[in-house]
Design a protein around this ligand. Structure first.
Ligand code: DX5
Ligand code: ZN
Length: 230
């Protein structure tokens, strides 16, 4: 059987997203390069030091692309803003385990509005902390952070890859996304561990050949090219 390709979600945190021309070009480029989702990093300057954008940019991007919108909320008290992102057209809303007062309630607030639920864990949070939510079937996607949340272009923290295998061991169905520090070098190990979605800011937007880079992150090989002709 052809090995399954992973999905790729470019993070627009790596570009000057406030510049319309740059944003439009980036969205067109990633769509052409066959990315699967757009990863949108919302930062409030409280849960993480930096601030980025809010639901207004997500709303604007919804009108500009057909790709799925993968919203990553790095904010304190995400309950207060979930509705804004649902309205803006998010397909997946991810909240941080470390930022929620009542994880179950927050996840329900998302799923009640027919949006997929993501639960992110920062590098210092052990997988076992979210086991109950996985067992209860409240999580559609776990986001394993490969870096300390808050900025792109950081180095991958060793040990994050193994968390993917640990989650897969606990739950066969949940989608697993890796976010932060992914390179063409470590992507192979991440795929081997069982990741389903790779987020990438710097590796994609700094590459000279975006299409090729996205294909490499997906794990596309000659094998896929040849079997496609069957
Ligand atoms: C980090 C963000 C990531 C970041 C990834 O807090 O959640 O999505 O943009 O960027 P790279 O791939 O450059 O680490
Ligand atoms: Zn992110």
């Amino acid at each position: 059987m052809t090995p399954k390709l992973v999905k790729v979600a470019p993070s627009i945190l790596a570009i000057d997203y406030n510049n319309d021309e740059i944003l439009d070009k980036a969205l067109a480029d990633i769509e052409k390069a066959k990315a699967n989702l757009v990863h949108l990093d919302v930062m409030d300057g409280k849960f993480v030091k930096n601030t980025s954008f809010d639901h207004k940019l997500v709303d604007k991007i919804r009108d500009k692309t057909n790709l799925l919108l993968d919203v990553h909320l790095m904010v304190e008290n995400p309950d207060n803003v979930i509705d804004d992102y649902v309205k803006a057209g998010a397909d997946i809303i991810t909240v941080h385990y470390e930022a929620c007062k009542d994880v179950e309630k927050t996840l329900k607030k998302i799923s009640d509005q027919n949006v997929l639920t993501g639960l992110a864990i920062s590098p210092k949070t052990p997988v076992l902390k979210i086991k109950d939510y996985l067992d209860a079937g409240n999580v559609d996607m776990v986001v394993v952070m490969g870096v300390k949340p808050g900025a792109c272009g950081q180095a991958f923290i060793p040990g994050s890859a193994e968390k993917i295998a640990e989650i897969r061991e606990l739950n066969k169905k949940v989608y697993i996304e890796i976010d932060g520090g992914v390179t063409l070098k470590n992507a192979k190990l991440l795929r081997k561990m069982g990741v389903n979605i790779i987020v990438s800011g710097s590796t994609i937007f700094k590459s000279e050949n975006m299409k090729k880079t996205i294909q490499q992150l997906k794990g596309k090989s000659l094998f896929h090219k040849i079997l496609k002709r069957f």
